[in-house]
Design a protein around this ligand. Sequence first.
Ligand code: PSU
Ligand code: MN
Length: 312
Amino acid sequence: MPYVPRSVPSPVTSPALAPEVAAALAEGRALVALESTLLAHGLPAPLNRSAADALEAAVRAHGAVPATIAVLDGQPRVGLDATQLDRVCAGHLDKLSVRDLGAAVGLGRSGATTVAATVTLAAAAGIEVLATGGLGGVHRDGGTNRGSWDISADLPALARTPVLVVCSGVKSVLDVAATLEVLETESVPVLGYRTDAFPGFYRRDSGHPVPCRVDTPEQVAAVWRAHRALGSGLVLAQPVPAASELDGALHDRLLAEGLALVAERGVTGKDVTPALLRHFHTGSGGASQAANLALVSANAELAAKVARQLAL
Ligand code: PSU
Ligand code: MN
């Protein structure tokens, strides 16, 4: 049976706003939401903690206010202070997608939010731009009857949440073609930023074209203004900076190994993405971490530029 899109209302879990975020919202200043799963589960400690600061600094350097999002002790938080970022990066937090928010809030738990949960909380706070590394998508055997049915909740969340997500495509561990098809089905526009090729996270070209290319933050803002009333999100895909792109042969080898490892160990569900990322990090001698960091920072910068345009 193919993937069946569903329309699910966004849960409104009123988040606590950091003072700076509340002030920026009240004054109509540019804001960029940052997800915390990439910190808690996508990058190893202590690199994740410096990455958290680097991403916020990249947003500030381009004139916007950063708002890293997580749930701490049952409280969804939009904008974290240094101590709260320490907790996110300490390595004990759960990975929360949208369906996990109710349990985290209701049972007073803490967790890092995926893109799906982060756009949900960002939209509830009134923030419409988010930066991340790679969007979740359809896993390689995800969309088939006999397969795993592993389709990231990032896709249906984008279908129903009007937030613009700046990313470097979807991780190459996914079925990129199927992911692009689901985004089309769900009426989520995919824009390539200064590229005609949909990026493949660690690689600049996933082998699939983008439906629409844009070359300036002004163009992105114009598309978003015209689109957002539809109610779905938008994917703005920017390739990893050329100097940080992972070598093609190394990438393909680590990918094949990682997929075999996950199958062999019976890793499933929400542990799949972190396990594959860990394999890249250990197997590439740090190159995949450098690429990951470079692409997320570049996305944070671009998100800030777009948010500035939208705040004009
Ligand atoms: N981007 C990164 N590293 C990550 C992720 C994105 O650079 O770890 C996370 C995001 O939080 C995304 C999640 O929402 O992976 C997707 O996980 P899953 O496939 O289990 O839905
Ligand atoms: Mn999954």
